[in-house]
Design a protein around this ligand. Sequence first.
Ligand code: ADP
Length: 625
Amino acid sequence: MEDKKEKSLYEGFKLFLRAVRVSHTLERRLYPTIFLANAISALTPYVVIYLSALILNELSFYRRPEYLWKFVILTVGVSGGLSLISAILRHVRNKEYEVFQVNYRKLFVDKAFEMDYQDISDQETFDLRSKIQQAENWAGWGFECVMRVFLGLTRSVTGIIGALALTASLFFIKVPATNQKLQFLNNPIFMLLFFGFLIGLSLIAGKLAGYVYKCYANSAEEATLGNRIYSYFGFFNSAKRDVDIRMYEQGRIMNYYFLKENAFTINGPLAKLARGRGGVCASVAKACSAVLTGGVYLFTCLKAIAGAFGIGSITRYVGAATQFSLYMTDLIGSISNIKNNVPFLENCFMYLDMPNRMYKGSLTTEKRADRNYDVEFKDVSFKYPGTDAWALRHVSIKFKVGKRLAVVGENGSGKTTFIKLLCRLYDPQEGEILLNGIDIKKYDYKDYMDIFSVVFQDFELLSQPLADNIAGNKDYDAKRVMKVLEDVGFTERLATMPNGIETLLYSEYIKEGVNLSGGEEQKVAIARALYKDAPFLILDEPTAALDPIAEADIYSHLNTIVDDRTAVYISHRLSSCRFCDEILVFDKGAIVERGTHEGLLENVKGKYYELWNAQARHYITHFSA
Ligand code: ADP
């Protein structure tokens, strides 16, 4: 997934511009305000330096009170005014940035929602998303860095232009002929050398600063892994794990990672970098800036002593030249970061560019009050991505509208895969699945999914109020919520909940949140499926977590609950399927038998007979023990 080859600055710049364009669409006022706020704050010091120089010149040389007070008022007024404008613009910029942040998060969340299930459930996608997140959390790499670079470029380019405007005359004002000793300061070759010295030192300082950023960017993998380990061990929040930690003294493993095997320890790679190359380069960069300031002081003071200009101009030139050096470092640092940020932006775009291959259909499904939808598997075969084994092979079945269909088989025989294909979480490699005679790929995905309510084995409820969970929405029909909870036998439990259907589930947010048992969760999940009121109701191992009494209770209600819907049950307890109109028996991805319970039992050589007897034996041994 990762291309280790270092990218050129040009490629970095292209990516940078693309990220600026994307960020701009997320919040259109952000970049203009960054530009204005930073350009003005970069120019403000020069205005102050220029005006202070005028005041000093008046004080030390011209001594004209009528000008002096005008300059003082002008300096105070202009610097106050500019600072105020800067502060307002910074405030607006920060506000725009907040809006951008929200839209930026939403961009990734929306992407995850629209991505093919096959991609979002893939470990590589998960790793990629984690890498992006960790690089952002660690040192603001990725889009945040783009903003910092844009900010740095605006600030430094404006600053450099301002500095050049203020210092240009330093080179052109000549030492008067009266001072023979310092005439060399007028020599164009000397001036060229001195200018070269200024630029050279600024470039070295900038390059070194860029190198330090690069070292840190190269440590991203170790640092983000370190952060991951800290969050993994530092925010354990699972009652289940806490028991194990105490039981097996797993604190020892945590300590090992916290104190020894971690990027952030005192002898870790980041500390070594700070003590070694990184620290040295950062110090040399600072030293270059200091030498540069010293050089400018020397040159300017010599010219002033020689009578080229007054004391006030020294402040102006030194101030401007120091700013120049800072902005040069800033500029080169920002340019290096365009390159350093390349792998992080590539990850962002790799994620955002993931194509949506599956959910492209546009046909709308016919809304039928009689729930008469014909769904058919036609010789369907399927392998999970990245695997060679067929999880389903030559499966053909036409669902009978309004009937109850059971799907049984050993673990791994393909039952859940069959449902996943029906819900278009994956597309089959061979054969087709038809809705009313048309390939389901041709339908708009959301429209198609309206036909199904599914309770998967590994469903999860949200830490949100019970009613919101059931309706999948903050707006819900309370009467319907109560009805479905009653249908699944949840009424008694509901009576014990402090805020009825408004009770918050789980205590992730507040301690008053209510925790449910596995069986209760399953009832709520079934209630959620019923609330959706889709023509097809699919329950994958619907009663696995229920105790036998609750199971019997649900099954006794099931026929009424299901009403005129087409229902599909996947169940490991064959006895639960006896009431179904048809039973499909899966084995190694294929449908090996189909029929009613009684009919299937007549085939003593069949898979169903074998499974039935195995379960019967299990129950007999189990209960007679
Ligand atoms: P069942 O529901 O009958 O227990 P499944 O449909 O879950 O069986 O699995 C059918 C086969 O597909 C099994 O061999 C299983 O290991 C494999 N399988 C299931 N999910 C995945 C997956 N996400 N990736 C790869 N193989 C999978």
